[in-house]
Design a protein around this ligand. Structure first.
Ligand code: ADP
Ligand code: MG
Length: 386
């Protein structure tokens, strides 16, 4: 019995020890679990931090490995129109327009070989809908999953390019304006001189001249008139616009403009404008706009046709339309109509519409041109009533 009791006590002790040991182990495991959990959380956090950084970066981020796209961030999906599923695994050159492939590819290959190439440069990519997007890339070699890869940060520079172009255009315009002003001034005096001399010859030799000489003098006169027109256009185009407004009706302005123009018999002009409402504008300058537009319409109908002029009230303003049945304008020219010196005419100066636009802009109005080749042209001018 004593022996049995001893065994029992021993067993009890053993069980107790075991229990303590188990508890210790349990505690240890729990601690370990906690640690693992914490570490995992930290890892997830930091991974999240990095991926948000990359995902929400305002620049495109792409990783190229072995010539293929292996990472593509969200901003790039927005920029290119492709989802990452569509492009990951594809050769990166697929994203480039033909003109850029050689440059980008050779830089990539050299960079991966450790050769010195510019890391930052401008190029373009081809978006899913076929647009060419100007970009600035900044590339660096990194270790990605144990293998070298090219990490490329891509910035959309469309806006910057647009601004650069705008600035260039503004500078060009200013230069043209200056040139126009000085040429205009310099030509005005000699032209007046030629006019005076022609007048003198006509008076002095009126009776003695034969027909051929008279025709020659007439030719000089006509060409002086034409040159004067160019000079006036140049001066008009280059001078600052000051408006002297008064209340006028469109109809009276159109009537006055037509009265002093020579309209060929083959061209029918139908004035459907209304007397009301009156608008508050610079009548003299606005008549020059109408004259230019009517002249363009007439010149577009060398074999005759019809020009309809209408006016219509639109909210806060008046819309005046000039609708001709002329030759029309090819689509590739539509964008350039208002560019100074753009003309398709042998004797054109190409300042008519540029001047129209300046005058209409000064009135706070708009001018729009729609056209179908071989059918005709619609010019719409809107001007605020006040
Ligand atoms: P210009 O009359 O001296 O050529 P404009 O600035 O008035 O200069 O017009 C520029 C160009 O726009 C013209 O040469 C012509 O090709 C085109 N254009 C303007 N108005 C019309 C129109 N109503 N129909 C057809 N083409 C037009
Ligand atoms: Mg013209």
């Amino acid at each position: 019995f004593v022996h049995q009791a001893a065994v029992a006590i021993e067993n009890a002790q053993l069980i107790k020890d075991l229990e303590t040991a188990r508890n210790q182990v349990k505690e240890y495991v729990e601690q370990l679990e906690l640690k693992v959990e914490e570490r995992t959380r930290e890892l997830v956090e930091s991974e999240k931090k990095y991926s948000t950084l990359v995902e929400h970066a305002n620049d495109g981020v792409v990783i190229v490995q072995d010539g293929r796209l292996s990472f593509f961030n969200r901003r790039l999906e927005e920029m290119t129109g492709y989802s990452r599923k569509e492009v990951v695994g594809k050769p990166f050159v697929d994203m480039l327009p033909k003109s850029e492939v050689e440059l980008v590819k050779s830089r990539y290959e050299k960079r991966m070989k450790g050769k010195p190439v510019p890391a930052i440069y401008e190029t373009k990519f081809l978006s899913k809908n076929g647009d060419l997007v100007p970009i600035e890339v900044n590339a660096a070699v990194i270790d990605y999953g144990g293998k070298p890869a090219d990490l490329i940060v891509i910035r959309d520079i469309s806006e910057r390019k647009r601004m650069e172009e705008k600035l260039l255009k503004a500078e060009k315009l200013a230069a043209i304006g200056e040139l126009a002003a000085s040429v205009g001034h310099d030509l005005r005096n000699p032209l007046t001189g030629i006019s005076g001399a022609v007048y003198y010859l006509k008076m002095k030799l009126a009776t003695e001249m034969n027909k051929q000489s008279r025709d020659m003098l007439k030719l000089i006169e006509e060409n002086v008139e034409y040159s004067n027109k160019i000079v006036n256009d140049l001066l008009d185009f280059s001078k600052e616009i000051y408006l002297q407004r008064s209340r006028v009706s469109i109809k009276s302005m159109i009537e006055e403009t037509l009265a002093k123009m020579r309209i060929p018999n083959k061209v029918e002009v139908v004035d459907l404008t209304g007397r009301l409402p009156k608008v508050f504008l610079d009548a003299g300058q606005m008549k020059r706009v109408f004259e230019n537009l009517i002249k363009n319409a007439v010149e577009a109908m060398p074999n005759g046709g019809k020009l309809e002029i209408r006016s219509e009230r639109v909210n806060g303003g008046l819309k005046i339309t000039f609708h001709d049945t002329g030759v029309g304008i090819p689509p590739q020219n539509l964008q350039r109509l208002f560019t100074p010196l753009f003309t398709t005419k042998a004797k054109g100066v190409g300042l008519g519409l540029a001047i129209c636009k300046r005058i209409i802009d000064a009135h706070g109005g708009t001018i729009n041109i729609k056209s179908k080749e071989g059918i005709g042209t619609h010019v719409t001018v809107t001007i605020p009533i006040r």
